[in-house]
Design a protein around this ligand. Structure first.
Ligand code: URA
Length: 205
């Protein structure tokens, strides 16, 4: 992967940034992914939501959070009275990382180096959108935004004030909820996730 430390261009607008990101080769994940899945939403959104990386369906569609995890997320938003179209929704990593298994593509977690390379884009998305509140869904988003490797349970559910005075709110990743095998535990975890998202809604009124 090519390591770039200085901005090659000042993209300036979110559309220019998205255009630049289409050709990203900052790490090797572009080789196997279908396309860059960039953030989407209003450039003046008050809330920015950051996930981990696109999944199988997002990779094919080119849009974040439109697959199974997206459904859990949208359901929580709707219950909290939030409209996805008012949020800027993006990911820490913009290319789908997977392991081929037969016809299936199995999600693989991005490593620290990949997250650090892709922070290039996330940082610029934040600079342009200037959200009042950033919601980190999962440990990868938290690490990308803060360099912190806290246990999610230690930091979730309460706004954290960052160095740049922005507010960060941490919750779990919706894909994690889908992977909880026990139905009762899963329903409890989904309920807590919904509570977190309702808290987000109350933070910005
Ligand atoms: N999981 C994520 O973190 N982001 C997506 O866009 C889809 C699934």
């Amino acid at each position: 992967a090519r390591v770039q430390t200085e901005p090659a261009t000042e993209a300036g607008t979110i559309d220019a940034l998205r255009q630049n990101a289409r050709h990203c080769t900052r790490c090797d994940l572009y080789c196997r992914a279908t396309q860059t899945v960039f953030g989407e939403g209003p450039v003046d959104a008050q809330i920015m939501v950051v996930g981990e990386q696109p999944g199988d369906q997002e990779d094919l569609a080119g849009r974040p959070f439109i697959g199974p995890a997206g459904r859990v997320f949208h359901d929580a938003l709707a219950r909290a009275g939030l409209d996805r179209r008012a949020l800027y929704v993006t990911n820490a990593v913009k290319h789908f990382k997977y392991e081929p298994r037969g016809k299936r593509r199995i999600h693989q977690r991005p490593n620290m180096t990949e997250v650090q390379h892709c922070r290039w884009w996330l940082t610029q998305e934040i600079d342009i959108v200037k959200p009042r509140l950033i919601v980190a869904m999962g440990a990868t988003a938290l690490f990308s935004l803060t360099d912190r490797k806290d246990r999610l349970e230690d930091v979730r559910g309460q706004p954290i004030i960052m160095d740049d005075a922005r507010h960060l709110f941490v919750t779990v990743h919706p894909s994690y909820l889908l992977r909880i095998p026990d139905e009762i535990k899963r329903n409890e975890a989904v309920a807590r996730f919904r509570e977190d998202i309702s808290r987000v809604a109350r933070l910005v009124v």
